[in-house]
Design a protein around this ligand. Sequence first.
Ligand code: SF4
Ligand code: F3S
Ligand code: FES
Length: 248
Amino acid sequence: MSYQGKFRVWRGDDSGGGLEDFTVEVNEGEVVLDIIHRLQATQTPDLAVRWNCKAGKCGSCSAEINGRPRLLCMTRMSIFDESETITVTPMRTFPIIRDLVTDVSFNYTKAREVPSFTPPKDLAPGEYRMQQVDVERSQEFRKCIECFLCQNTCHVVRDHEENKEAFSGPRFLMRVAELEMHPLDTADRVDQAQDDHGLGLCNITKCCSEVCPEHIHITDNALIPMKERVADRKYDPIVWLGNKLFKR
Ligand code: SF4
Ligand code: F3S
Ligand code: FES
C-alpha cells in the first residue's frame, strides 16, 4: 500500500531560504525520516538533514513537523491523513546551517556551564553508596537523549535571542536538579540554578515536557522541585538563617 504524499520542506541556509513543495511516494510503516531519505535519493540529493540511529536514541533528527517539534525518525506517516500536506522545517530556536540542520552548539555551551558532580572529598571512587530510591529518581533524568527539542520549544528562548545568555533551558536546568537531588553531590546547586542558569525565567508552562520524546517529566520532577528549593532558601527565614550559619 503506497500513495503519493505532499510535502513542503524548508530549504536554505543562514542567508535565507523558504518552503519548497514536493510529491513523494509514501509506503506503509514509514516514518517522516524515510520520506526525507527518499527525497534525497530521488529529487534533492543535496538536501541536508542530520540523523544517525533511526531508532529515537541518538537525538540527532530533531525538526519541526507541521510546526510541532518532533524526532523525524519517530514520527509515523500513519498519524497524518493521506491528503494532508506535511511541512518539515528546522528547529526554530537555533541558527540554521543548511536546510533541516541547525547549529545546536548553544546547548553544548550551556552543558559546560554546569559544574560537574562533586562527591565528598573523603570518599574514594568505589566507596560511593546511595539508596535505590535516589538512583531511581535520577534514572528518569538520565533517559535524556539530548535531542534538544525541549530547548527548542521553551518560549523563554524560542523567540528571544536576548534571553539565551541568562537561561540554560529545561534540559540543563534538569541536569542541575539531578545533581542537586543526588545524595553524594556536595556542590550548592540552588543558588547556581537561580543565579547562573536562569531558573526564575521558567514560568512552568510545561511545553518542554510535552515535546520530550523520552516522556521525562521535566517540569514536574525537575524544575518545580528546584523552584521549591530556591523558594525555601530565599523566603523561609529559618532555612535562610541556617544556611548563613552552616553553609554546606
Ligand atoms: Fe530531548 Fe527530553 Fe532530553 Fe529535552 S529532556 S533534550 S526533550 S530527551
Ligand atoms: Fe520553558 Fe519548560 Fe519552563 S517550556 S518555561 S522550561 S516549564
Ligand atoms: Fe537518532 Fe532520530 S535518527 S533519534
